[in-house]
Design a binder for this molecule. Structure first.
Ligand SMILES: NC(=O)c1ccc[n+]([C@@H]2O[C@H](COP(=O)([O-])OP(=O)(O)OC[C@H]3O[C@@H](n4cnc5c(N)ncnc54)[C@H](OP(=O)(O)O)[C@@H]3O)[C@@H](O)[C@H]2O)c1
Length: 292
C-alpha cells in the first residue's frame, strides 16, 4: 500500500516550539498560528505551566525541556539594562537543551537590541531576527489603550513619523521563520507600509472610533510624570522614557520591506488595523455609548 500523502499534522512529534511571551501581543498570535498548523507549542511566561521567568534562570530548564525551536520575546524591552546578558544566557541554554531554531523579536534603532541580536545569532542555532517598528496594537493592547479611551495621546514624539506595524504581520513573519525553510540567518526589518506622525495616527483613530482622539507632544519629563500618575510601574517608567527619547528622534522614519521579503506580500495598513480594532469594541466607552 502506498504511503499516505503528508498533511500539515505529519510533523515529527518530537518537535516542540517554546513561545516566550506566549500570552503577549505577538506571542499569543504566534502560538495560535502554530497550533492551527498542528504544531506542538509550549507557552513561556510566568503564568504558564511550567512557569518561565526571565528574572529567574532556575525556571528555564523546565520550560526548555524537549524544545526544538523557540520564539523569543524579551520583557519588558531588549533596550532595558541587563537584557543582552540575560538573552545571551537564555539562547545558550536553549541550544544546550536541543533547540535548533530561534526566532528573536527585536526593535529598530535600539543599540542594545542590536547587541542582543548579535549574541543570539552567535548561539549556534539557526537564527532569524524580526526587527520591528512600533506596534499598532500599543493603542489597543498596551500602554496607549487608556490614552485612546481618554481621547489624549501624550508622547514625547513631536512631529516624528513612524512606519507603525500591525502585530498580525509580525506574527506571520515569525511563524514563517519557525515553520518554513529559507529563513535561517535572515534579518527581517519589518514595518508598516507607510510613515505616519502620531498626529496622523490620532486622526485615523478619530475616524475609526467616531470620537476625538488627539495627539499632544510632551517633554520626556512630562511623559514620565503622566505615566506615574497612570500607574505605570516606576521601574518601567525610566526605561520607557529613555527609550522614547532615543528612538523617537527620526532615526526610524523610513519604511522597510521585511514583511514583503519574508511573506511575499505587502504589510497591512494602519487604517485596516484601526477599522478592525474599532469593530472589536475594545475602544467602546460605556459612558459615551450611554449618551449616544
Ligand atoms: N511595543 C512595541 O511597539 C514594540 C516594537 C518593537 C519591538 N518590541 C519588542 O517586543 C517585546 C515584547 O513582546 P510583545 O509586545 O509581544 O510582548 P508583551 O505583549 O509585552 O507580552 C508580555 C508577555 O511576556 C510575559 N512576561 C512578562 N514578564 C515576564 C517575565 N519576567 N518573564 C517571562 N515572561 C514575562 C507575559 O506573560 P506573564 O505575565 O504570564 O509572565 C506575556 O506573555 C519587547 O522585547 C520589545 O522590545 C515592541
Amino acid at each position: 500500500m502506498a504511503d499516505p500523502l503528508p498533511t500539515t499534522s505529519d510533523h515529527p512529534t518530537s518537535e516542540l516550539t517554546l513561545v516566550v511571551g506566549g500570552t503577549g501581543k505577538t506571542g499569543r498570535r504566534v502560538a495560535e498560528r502554530l497550533e492551527s498548523l498542528d504544531r506542538r507549542v509550549r507557552i513561556g511566561s510566568r503564568s504558564a505551566d511550567p512557569p518561565f521567568d526571565w528574572n529567574d534562570a532556575t525556571t528555564w530548564d523546565d520550560a526548555l525541556r524537549g524544545v526544538t525551536a523557540a520564539y523569543v520575546t524579551y520583557y519588558p524591552d531588549l533596550a532595558f539594562p541587563g537584557a543582552v546578558e540575560t538573552v545571551r544566557a537564555f539562547a545558550d541554554a536553549a541550544v544546550k537543551a536541543g533547540a535548533r531554531r530561534l526566532v528573536l523579536l527585536s526593535g529598530r534603532g535600539e543599540p542594545e537590541a542590536q547587541r542582543a541580536e548579535e549574541v543570539v545569532a552567535a548561539s549556534g542555532a539557526d537564527v532569524t531576527v524580526v526587527r520591528s517598528s512600533w506596534f499598532a496594537q500599543n493603542f489597543s493592547e498596551h500602554f496607549l489603550l487608556h490614552p485612546v479611551l481618554d481621547g489624549t495621546i501624550a508622547l514625547p514624539a513631536g512631529g516624528v513619523a513612524e512606519p507603525i506595524i500591525d502585530v498580525d504581520d509580525v506574527a506571520d513573519v515569525a511563524v514563517a521563520a519557525l515553520t518554513e525553510e529559507g529563513h535561517a540567518g535572515r534579518l527581517y526589518e519589518v514595518t508598516g507600509p507607510r510613515l505616519l506622525t502620531f498626529e496622523e495616527m490620532a486622526a485615523e483613530l478619530t475616524a475609526a472610533t467616531g470620537r476625538e482622539v488627539r495627539f499632544v507632544d510632551v517633554t520626556p519629563e512630562e511623559y514620565a510624570a503622566g505615566a506615574a500618575a497612570a500607574g505605570v510601574p516606576p521601574e518601567e517608567i525610566e526605561g520607557l522614557t529613555e527609550l522614547f527619547a532615543s528612538i523617537l528622534d527620526g532615526r526610524n522614519a523610513y519604511v522597510a520591506d521585511g514583511v514583503e521579503q519574508a511573506l511575499g506580500r505587502p504589510a497591512r495598513d494602519f487604517s485596516d488595523y484601526a477599522r478592525r480594532t474599532a469593530a472589536s469594541g475594545v475602544w467602546d466607552r460605556p459612558d459615551v455609548a450611554a449618551q449616544a
